[in-house]
Design a protein around this ligand. Sequence first.
Ligand code: ASP
Length: 324
Amino acid sequence: NTRARRNCAFLPLINCCMISTWKMSLLGMKRAAPLLKRNVPVHEAILMAVKTVEDDPAISSVGYGGLPNLNGEVELDAAYMNGDTLGFGGVMSVKNIKNPIEVAFDLSHYQRNCLLSDIGATRYAQSKGFAFQNMLSPESKKRYDQTDKMRDSEMLEAYKEHDTVCVIGMDHRRSMACGVSTSGLFLKMPGRVGDSPIIGSGLYADSEVGCAAATGVGEDIMKGCLSFSIVEKMRNGMDPQTACETALQQHLQRFLRCNHSCGSISVIAMDCYGNAGAATTLSAFPFVVTDQNFSTQLYVASNIGGKISIFQPDQGWLNSYRGD
Ligand code: ASP
């Protein structure tokens, strides 16, 4: 579709086959790219990318070694959406499942009972033979032990390094899908669920149009069903970059109108032609793109005074980056 391509605001983000949130997803994306090159179905690439992040103890916001809740337990949310079938699966507030994204993917094959929480999700994962382990790493326990729970729990965004790995992909058959996984906010109340496993808020996939996903303060993202809103803008003819920026701007206007402060939010999107986009409220939101030659690169979206720019970071920028 030439119209969509010509409109794309940032030229390097065309001819893509995967896009993901945060620098932490770089290794997983590099592992997933060769799978897409071998023409595997899109879910295999997405699971590879997300599982790589979930398994890495050095990543403090997803999977093993994630951010503990107020009780000192790592409580995880994950979801998967198939853009061909609109099949959606998710798990919320699960504690000892090694790879929540695998269970979410499994659940996306069902039309009922596909979003399970806590004990129900755990029993389901046990019955299907998924791997279990204690997700609290020595590092995440240390972070919990060293934090003043009374002071920080009031703020809910006390520890700013909460993040979600979101991966959008398209395979050689042009099937699209999206997977997300997170430990949510540090010191969250046990049972608190963010936007990530909520269809339309944390993610949305429709192979006829495209996919979008969000990361940031879940309670605020949910107020605008941001991912669905971006996909619908693409359905109405916007390129992904404009759709991400417009949806985020409209969302912030809504908060202004209600006199309600909005936490940090970042979004990514890809349309069914392989054009990608990203927008953020932050001065630096790194994201990763794999192009149709299966080359994987890190980019940064930056919001300065409401204007979004996108650039490829150099070594100096990377050395000074203190984010995820
Ligand atoms: N959206 C996630 C949540 O609210 C956290 C994040 O992406 O930073 O649970």
